[in-house]
Design a protein around this ligand. Structure first.
Ligand SMILES: O=C(O)CCC(=O)C(=O)O
Ligand SMILES: [Fe+2]
Length: 277
């Protein structure tokens, strides 16, 4: 197995392995790489849905998204689908999956199934790197804060996605909810401190006014979205991205209007997130 940085500050490319044939030793190498990088890319994989599931189960327990459609044959595989005639895509703004849960998802394994001929890349950000680039004084100030995360504004009654042509694909309108997490969490596996707010789901800082929250979050979001912390992944048939939701953001480009795109996503169960060390 050959693991190399994908970009200067974001992700790693794993070559020389077929996930469907991974032995136990290889699995341990991948676990280590996943903790070290928080974002792994694979190319030219032959991973049918059964093998996607088998790989995910070897890595952890699966958690099913409350809002997306699943595949007919595999209720644990979510479909990230955009029809030719559809304008809105899923995950088109920076976010991390399931931060609105008390126990946010550990990771997501996304497999390309049907790709547009142009566009449809996914962008990623490294929240360890972004956090570590903040000054010690600012880090100290963030350490005492907690943020509220929600999905109501997206998937609830009158939510953003419900008002778009994505709405017919969505379920779970009665399963919306909120969660509170430290603004800087201690990553459960790496033990490193990492910034844990995201534009998609964070709605405010606990105990702060709307304006105060917006000012801080705006600063942090602009800070994270810089070239030295982010990367762009261009999908090809057989491509896979496996990210850690506790230390990355992602967003799906919506620059392929009139073309079909289908991805299969399995999300792995996580745990409650504790405060920075
Ligand atoms: O379609 C993509 O590239 C990513 C969509 C997304 O946000 C997700 O699968 O969690
Ligand atoms: Fe996502």
């Amino acid at each position: 197995m050959d693991i190399t940085p994908y970009s200067a500050g974001c992700g790693a490319l794993v070559a020389g392995v077929q996930l469907a044939d991974l032995d136990d030793k290889g699995l341990e190498v991948l676990r280590r790489a996943y903790v070290d990088h928080g974002l792994l890319f694979f190319r030219e994989q032959n991973l049918p849905p059964e093998e996607h599931l088998r790989f995910a189960r070897r890595f952890g327990d699966i958690v099913v998204n409350k809002f997306f459609k699943t595949t007919d044959a595999f209720p644990e595989i979510a479909e990230v689908r955009k029809e030719k005639t559809q304008e809105m895509n899923i995950g088109g703004g920076w976010h991390t999956d399931h931060s609105y849960d008390d126990e946010p998802a550990m990771g997501s394994i996304l497999v390309a199934r049907g790709l547009p001929t142009t566009g449809g890349d996914t962008l990623f950000a490294n929240l360890y790197a972004a956090y570590e680039a903040l000054s010690p004084g600012f880090q100290k100030m963030l350490a005492g804060l907690r943020a509220v995360h929600s999905n109501r504004h997206l998937y609830g009654e009158g939510g953003y996605y419900r008002q778009t042509d994505l709405s017919e694909q969505l379920g779970g309108i009665d399963r919306v909810g909120d969660a509170v997490h430290p603004v800087v969490v201690r990553h459960p596996q790496s033990g490193r401190n990492v910034l844990y707010v995201n534009p998609g789901h964070t709605i405010g800082i606990e105990g702060w006014s709307k304006e105060e929250s917006a000012a801080l979050l705006k600063f942090l979001y602009k800070h994270v979205d810089q070239p030295q912390f982010t990367c762009r992944f261009h999908w090809e048939p057989g491509s896979i991205a496996f990210w850690d939701n506790r230390c990355t953001w992602h967003m799906a480009e919506n620059d392929y209007q009139g073309q079909f795109r289908l991805m299969h996503r399995i999300t792995l169960k996580g745990s409650a997130l504790g405060e920075a060390a």
